[in-house]
Design a protein around this ligand. Structure first.
Ligand code: ARG
Length: 618
């Protein structure tokens, strides 16, 4: 068992100081102030201390005392327990705190184990993450790329915290659109055994075009602000092209009834689609395979029971032949069964949610899906709450969360296209990233002093792939997720700036340094933090555990990106200020090497949580 799962896990000093001030606030002001934010910040000027507690300014008004007086009170009662020097009050009521050197050193030594200060949770309940969600018979597009990258990073963070994660690929593999394409392919006599994804994609568009719906119905759906799926469904449903529609629904009925030949052909479409998806997942280094597929078809015999439950508990009503669920706080109801008796995307999602909370006993269900489906998930979650599916059978609350993300735009601020103007496929985007990464690494390796100099093409290719994919992933994760962002390969592949390759390069440089040093058993080196830049590096390193905890809670990977970038920059300042290999004496050298080693491991671990490889040479 690792150190961090033991009774008293390593805790970073900033957290400990925060707790001490929280306590001080209660001691001096009373219980009604429990939970008040102690507002601990890093100081802008290290000469004043390491941290600052700004609580007095905020509380002064509420308490009715001048902030300086309040600060004085807090300082008198706060128990920093050997952690810090006596705090000092400055300006209107800032409290400056400087850690004792011994406390800083011993915290650092405590985090120097394989857990690196990340605390493991002892909650045995699984967390479901709905990610990827590709649609059968269609190319995986860049939206699915985002869902996959973000979902995988969140899964890794939660797993790193010791949680069991169920990655669920909610494939769009059932319903009218699939039946339509299946019908078209069969009518055309297409050989499904040699079918390519591109041909399938064309057939899909073809089938859609043939059954294109009338403008009126669509118009109505749009004014009702129905979700994109609803609109797509209406396109098919309200089609003027009666024939195509009728044929497709016949096919769907036969498929639903388990017609053997149809089911076989349907499986072939899934195989063709998934083969391309698995190739992309493999390039992306995302751990997902057939075991993670639980598509819409999985829930096909769980749809009627959902309807039954809603009817039995009077949670729905009939509206012009259709079944809808009303919500108290809004006019727009949720449609769960169409007039013709057909089920919808929403019905599948209700069945999936019911399965996830009632069968797996998850503590959290996280949906990493495009922001345009916000209303859809709001409806699904609210409907599930009405049905009490937000509690497990053993009576635990389940947190239902939609993690929405924005679109990837081209340089023209419009949805990303290829140079020839067609919609960009995932495969072509990844191929470009890998090509760019490889040429970048190859050209650097021509420099005789580069650590990659003389490596064979295969080795260069592997590093190039890691750099290219790392660049794409970091660009995707480092912004606030809901923001649309411009896909700019030149910027994201750069070795400088807030990029994946910059972090990978920082890591690889430390690897080279450690290799040159040739020291072993650094864990036994005494740590000394005499230089301000050494102290600064230690303070940043100690924040790793709380950063990971924060991302596990907030589901915002950009906070981890920000942390790693700050770590790389702080390391670089340290490295400029403090000679390592040419340190003044052996003890200092070994101490600094131990700091380098710790920084390297945190970078590698943190990049790993983002799903980004950390090559040892670049
Ligand atoms: N297939 C859907 C799409 O392409 C995404 C599925 C998301 N997951 C879910 N449970 N609805 O938009």
């Amino acid at each position: 068992m690792s150190a961090s799962t033991s009774a008293s896990p390593a805790r970073d000093p900033r957290t400990a100081i925060g707790l001490a001030f929280e306590q001080a606030i209660v001691t001096s002001l009373g219980d009604e102030y429990a939970g008040a934010d102690p507002l601990i910040r890093n100081t802008a000027n290290p000469e004043l201390g390491d941290f600052q507690c700004n609580a007095a300014m905020g509380l002064a008004k509420r308490v009715g005392q001048p902030p300086r007086e309040l600060a004085q009170k807090l300082v008198e009662v706060v128990d920093l327990d050997g952690l810090a020097e006596p705090p000092e009050i400055a300006g209107p009521g800032f409290i400056n705190i400087r850690l004792k050197s011994e406390a800083l050193t011993s915290s650092l030594i405590q985090m120097d184990d394989p857990e690196l200060g990340v605390e493991a949770s002892d909650d045995p309940r699984p967390i479901v993450i709905d990610l990827c969600g590709v649609n059968v018979a269609k190319q995986m597009h860049v939206g699915h790329l985002r869902s996959t990258i973000i979902g995988d990073a969140l899964a890794r963070v939660l797993e790193r915290r010791g949680r069991k994660v169920l990655r669920e690929n909610h494939l769009g593999d059932w319903g009218l659109p699939i039946a339509m394409v299946l019908h078209t392919l069969r009518a055309n006599g297409t050989d499904l055994d040699t079918l390519t994804l591109t041909e399938l994609d064309v057939a899909y568009r073809d089938a859609q075009a043939r059954a294109r719906g009338d403008a009126k119905g669509l118009e109505a759906a749009r004014t009702r602000h129905s979700g994109p799926h609803r609109i797509a469904e209406l396109e098919a449903q309200q089609s003027g092209a009666d024939e195509a529609r009728a044929a497709a629904s016949d096919t769907l009925v036969a498929l639903q009834q388990g017609d053997e030949e149809l089911v076989q052909d349907w499986n072939k479409l899934i195989d063709v689609t998934m083969q391309a998806v698995y190739e992309a997942l493999d390039l992306l280094n995302v751990q997902m395979g057939p075991d993670n597929n639980r598509g819409e078809s999985f829930y096909r015999d769980k749809l009627q029971p959902v309807i039954d439950h809603f009817e039995k508990t009077s949670l729905c009503r009939t509206d012009d032949g259709a079944l809808v669920v009303d919500f108290e706080d809004r006019k727009r109801p949720l449609l769960i069964r169409k007039r013709d008796g057909g089920f919808l995307y929403a019905t599948s999602d209700l069945a999936a949610l019911r399965h996830r909370t009632q069968e797996t006993g998850a503590s959290r269900c996280i949906y990493v899906v495009d922001a345009r489906q916000r209303d859809h998930f709001r409806d699904i979650f609210d409907a599930a709450r009405l049905a009490h599916w937000d509690r497990t059978p053993d009576d635990h609350d389940v947190q239902l969360v939609h993690v929405p993300f924005g679109s990837i735009m081209g340089p023209d601020k419009k949805p990303l296209k290829t140079r020839s103007g067609t919609n960009l496929t995932l495969a072509s985007l990844l191929a470009e990233a890998i090509e760019r990464g490889t040429s970048e690494v190859a050209s650097r390796s021509e420099n005789p002093s580069a650590p990659t100099h003389g490596l064979d093409a295969e080795a260069i290719g592997a590093i190039g792939r890691a750099v290219g994919i790392g660049a794409v992933k970091y660009a995707d994760l480092s912004n606030d997720l809901v923001r649309d962002y411009v896909f700019d390969m030149d910027r994201m592949i750069a070795f400088e700036g807030d990029t994946g390759p910059y972090l990978q390069y920082a890591h690889a440089r430390i690897c080279s340094l450690l290799e040159k040093a040739g020291e072993s058993d650094l864990g036994s080196a005494a740590i000394q933090l005499g230089d301000p830049s050494e102290r600064q590096l230690a303070l940043v390193l100690l924040r790793y555990g709380s950063t990971v905890a924060d991302v596990a809670q907030s589901l915002e990977p950009h906070r981890l990106c920000g942390f790693l970038h700050e770590l790389a920059e702080t390391f670089s300042s340290f490295y400029q200020a403090c000679p390592v290999l040419k340190a003044p004496d052996d003890q200092t050298r070994r101490s600094r090497l131990r700091l380098c080693d710790l920084a390297r491991r945190v970078l590698e671990d943190g990049l790993g949580l983002l799903g980004i490889e950390a090559p040892t040479r670049m």
